[in-house]
Write a protein that binds this ligand. Structure first.
Ligand SMILES: [Zn+2]
Ligand SMILES: [Zn+2]
Length: 114
């Protein structure tokens, strides 16, 4: 039987490997912690991430997160990474941190998908 396909609310592509924003954010926070950011920058990253998670909570989907089973997976991993990249760009002054983010999260490779 064919399962209903769940689509990303951003790019309208099927979501594979569903991970909710809170679970994905945990990985990002761990990454950011290692970057030695200024306190204010860290605060801004956390604030913008919280907003991203809140948006997802307001648009629950019919697809469960593979890690925590919550129904907040409304973005595919590509769109989530793209949004978090924007968060980093907006919050962090140091260009090197932004470059490192793109490198570690393969942002450029993912963007080629479109
Ligand atoms: Zn997407
Ligand atoms: Zn989760």
């Amino acid at each position: 039987m064919l399962k209903m396909t769940h689509l990303c609310t951003d790019c309208v592509q099927p979501i594979t490997n569903p991970l909710c924003p809170s679970c994905s954010a945990r990985g990002l926070i761990a990454w950011v912690r290692d970057r030695d950011l200024k306190k204010a920058e860290m605060k801004k990253v956390r604030k913008l991430l919280r907003k991203l998670i809140k948006d997802a909570e307001e648009n629950p989907s019919a697809i469960n997160c593979i890690a925590c089973d919550s129904l907040q997976v409304n973005l595919c991993v590509y769109c989530f990474t793209n949004r978090t990249k924007n968060i980093i760009v907006k919050s962090v002054e140091d260009e090197k941190v932004v470059e490192k983010f793109k490198e570690d999260f393969n942002v450029d490779i993912w963007l080629l998908r479109y």
